[in-house]
Ligand binder design. Sequence first.
Ligand SMILES: Cc1cc2nc3c(=O)[nH]c(=O)nc-3n(C[C@H](O)[C@H](O)[C@H](O)COP(=O)(O)OP(=O)(O)OC[C@H]3O[C@@H](n4cnc5c(N)ncnc54)[C@H](O)[C@@H]3O)c2cc1C
Length: 414
Amino acid sequence: MKRYSAFAVAREAFRHHTGWERAWRSPEPKSHYDVIIIGAGGHGLATAYYLGKNHGIKNVAVLEKGWLGGGNTGRNTTIIRSNYLQDPSAAIYEKARSLYEDLSQDLNYNIMFSPRGVMMLAQTEHEIRGYQRTAHANTLQGVATEFISPKRVKELCPIIDISGPRYPVLGALWQPRGGTARHDAVAWGYARACSDMGMDIIQKCEVTAIKQEGGRVTGVETTKGAIGCNKMGIVVAGNSGQAAEMAGFRLPIESVPLQALVSEPIKPCMDVVVMANTVHGYLSQSDKGEMVIGGGTDGHNAYTQRGSFHHVEETVRALIETFPMISRLKMLRQWGGIVDITGDRSPILSTTPLDGCFINCGWGTGGFKAIPGSGFGMAQLMATGHSPLTEQFGLNRFREGRFIDESVAAGVAH
Ligand SMILES: Cc1cc2nc3c(=O)[nH]c(=O)nc-3n(C[C@H](O)[C@H](O)[C@H](O)COP(=O)(O)OP(=O)(O)OC[C@H]3O[C@@H](n4cnc5c(N)ncnc54)[C@H](O)[C@@H]3O)c2cc1C
């Protein structure tokens, strides 16, 4: 793989950009791999990347039914933060956030990480107490957050109307090194690095059956034929229930649509990310100038990557209370993804009842921020059978009633 650099850009400028290589190969599948990862979203690709980089396991195929990054990874609103309440969550989300800091250099691919700061508004007395509690927990966990005053909120984000009308801003949980990154670039950067290590990323290759012998996984049937493997990782987000059924077990998970929308581009007016749980919406401004808006999930299970229309209206109506200036914006695009939600709003990174088969799912509305940490931990789990990052997130926690309750941190979808 030729490295991207200022020199390479200059060289290609002189030869009319004829020397760029394809970022990743598109091979036909081999008959057998050491590891198959199902799902070329961020979590699947990051798992493959750290399997190769940290554990030297490179005979890997990542199978994707559509195009890589075409699931939730390419559909999210790109918020990155690690201000969760429980210790295991803070550990994996902070690991991810810290890996994001240098990911462009690590992958030699500009993922446009922008640690512009994330604030979660407190607009009720209850939220003040909740966020102060999280700030204290974060201090103990080594995650840099603080509870800030309404005056500081206004300084950081002048377009917020802190006086109300229904819900005045009473403070906020502020994480200065939270922010955003370009979602496609995260998938593309990992894919390029995986391909460079000799891994096969096979798109338009849907897994239709999972094969097993004597309680151990042996391979998959796909739309491109049968492929054998020694180990497998299921990393398919909204399709996790269906994949688990193919492997012969059930998951405590629901798949629901979550949608987002963007406005027409406007001049820079907001250089932080703001989430407003009480009115239930969140807002940031993209580098193109569009206001990126998200809200809550649909109230019913579904597999449509669209979402229902009344949610768009409810989300925008709610946000206009806190950001009156967006009332005159035209909305350009709206889309949806299928998010996989567990009862305790925490992910599952686990062995499964099928030997050699691992699962990484349940990131729900907030897994983009976790991609590097999740891939790091999942690769360690698959390679060695154990990872300190993932050990609390096993499937057995549902049987044992040992929940990692993050319903406050994941209260508004993002
Ligand atoms: C509208 C929206 C906004 C969001 N906003 C944020 C945010 O601001 N911050 C944040 O942290 N998170 C956010 N999220 C959540 C985040 O996008 C997801 O948690 C994360 O992208 C999940 O990544 P993944 O790799 O697990 O899944 P995906 O990216 O969905 O990848 C799974 C892949 O598996 C493939 N697949 C499925 N079944 C099969 C099969 N049988 N064979 C082969 N391939 C298969 C799919 O095609 C898909 O490409 C948002 C989600 C949505 C929908």
